[in-house]
Ligand binder design. Sequence first.
Ligand code: BG6
Ligand code: MG
Length: 218
Amino acid sequence: MNKKGFIFDLDGVIVDTAKYHFLAWKKLANSIGVDFTEIQNEQLKGVSRIESLQKILKWGNKTLSEAEFNRLMSMKNEDYLSYIDKMNRSEILPDVTKILDFLIENNQPIALGSASKNAPEILNKVNLFNQFNAIVDGNAVTKAKPDPEVFLKAAEAIQIKPEDCIVFEDSVAGIQAANAANMISVGIGEKQVLFEADYIFKDFTQISTHFITKLIEK
Ligand code: BG6
Ligand code: MG
């Protein structure tokens, strides 16, 4: 059987952690007198921790010393981790395990390609860590999505050529990164937002094993 590389983003694809990022960023922004809305939170999808804080400060017209900036980044992360700590398998998004199990049954290499430095911890919490052949996360990359680095490293780790990889992503920057890596991009979310993707599905309940088989056989 053919082997393709299946690369998954984490936040918004495997688990819905955007709601915890929102709570933690909102608390932090409000603590320095800056407003933070759900709409702004949307714009932080796929964006690294450091760039997220830079954007929030820009929106609020604030400048901080480097020490204060770093202090706020750790504060946000500590708060975020207090939510992560309570996560369990029930927070895996619908039908994600169905697709992962199907790929494993069919001996297809699976990698994680995420901007999050908390990825291993989250995968452990939802008990999916062992389903992945390789994990490339925010600790392993120097360039954030839309740069293709994270996906190219993931492909290398599972020893599959980029053009034989399929990426599942919920963010615009992530779709652009997958396209830039010369991989097949599968958007998980809204068509109007993810129109640059090769395929778009609302969520994994809309993805059939038949579709996956077609990708493998391509
Ligand atoms: C991305 C999320 O996956 O990871 C972003 O979509 C987040 O919202 C980024 O900022 C970095 O995550 P972390 O866990 O390292 O702060
Ligand atoms: Mg995401």
